[in-house]
Design a binder for this molecule. Structure first.
Ligand code: CP
Length: 321
């Protein structure tokens, strides 16, 4: 069964083949070349957390491949409340050809995979965000033309799902990865060890020193408080304030060609309900990335967002072809 649950389940060649397949699908889409190779299949999208990119990407990718899609939101099914994950998996697996899950514990998506008898895809858990990785490294490959030896620096909350996924995926792909985070927000030793074991030659550097960004080809950041995380927002902002992606941080890279990636959504201005409340309460106009940097880098950031579609399509096709 071809599940897509976490990056460590795949070797370097497999990860690269997802990226190459995603680039092919992107070219087909741009050329308006039909690719409804999976017509007649049905997939279910289970979302226990909100989403824009992942939901839209799974939906359009499946439809482009000729499939029908059913969205099942957290309040619309019984899973976990009146019905176990295993029983839900057996029912959905008897009706659908594949199941996407976005939610909390990695164990849930693993349990779905064990019981569904159809492919299961991880659309984000608290631990990993693997579909995001194929889009991110695809974007790096599009921009630079290669991956091995690139210097990728993640700065911010180094223990969240995106940081975990970047750490192990970069290690597997031979990309030099630096995680810059305050000591209390650095990756778990278990994830660092996994990355070291799976490394194919790139360096792994974990530090709280922002000057370690020197020589970066790409800077990556993410929100400072993840979905469902129970933490004091002001404390988190105070802890991470020095780790904001701003012009000073980009200057520290000493690379005028450095690019910035962000999986989105981003707190870069006060144009959302939450960011307005943060501004009114604490006086911050942006958090993990300034609006100046976000706007200057928006072409590559939105290219990264678009690549969620092509990369998820490659994953669906690999599972179901
Ligand atoms: N990056 C990402 O997962 O976006 P969504 O939360 O909108 O799906």
């Amino acid at each position: 069964m071809k599940h897509f649950l976490k990056e460590i389940d795949f070797d370097k060649a497999q990860l690269l083949s997802f990226i190459d397949s995603a680039l092919d699908f992107k070219a087909k889409k741009k050329a308006k070349e039909g690719h409804a190779y999976l017509s007649g299949l049905n997939i279910a999208l289970l979302f226990e957390k909100p989403s824009t990119r992942t939901r839209a990407a799974f939906t359009v990718a499946a439809q482009d491949l000729g499939m029908q899609v059913t969205y099942l939101g957290a309040s619309e099914i019984q899973m976990g409340k009146k019905e176990s994950v295993a029983d839900t998996a057996k029912v959905l697996g008897s009706m659908f050809d594949g199941i996407e899950y976005r939610g909390f514990s990695q164990q849930i998506v693993e349990d779905l995979a064990e019981n569904a008898n159809v492919p299961v895809w991880n659309g984000l858990t608290d631990e990993w965000h693997p579909t995001q990785m194929i889009a991110d490294f695809m974007t790096l490959k599009e921009h630079f033309g290669y991956l091995e030896g690139l210097n990728l620096t993640y700065i911010g909350d180094g223990r969240n799902n995106v940081a975990n996924s970047l750490l192990v995926t970069a290690a597997k792909l031979g990309v030099n990865i630096t995680i810059i985070a305050p000591k209390s927000l650095q990756p778990d030793q278990e994830v660092i060890d996994l990355a070291k074991i799976q490394s194919t030659g790139g360096t792994i550097h974990i530090t709280d020193d922002i000057t370690a960004s020197k020589g970066s080809d790409a800077i990556y950041t993410d929100v400072w408080l993840s979905m469902g995380e129970d933490a004091d927002f002001k404390e988190r902002i105070d802890l991470l304030w020095d780790y904001q992606v701003n012009q000073n941080l980009l200057d520290l890279t000493e690379n005028p060609e450095v690019i910035v990636l962000h999986c989105l959504p981003a707190f870069h201005n006060t144009k959302t309900e939450i960011s307005k409340t943060i501004y009114e309460t604490y006086g911050y106009e942006s958090l993990e990335i300034t609006d100046e940097v976000f706007q200057a880098q928006s072409d590559i950031i939105f290219q990264e967002a678009e690549n969620r579609l092509h990369s998820i399509k490659a994953i669906l096709y690999w599972s179901l072809k």
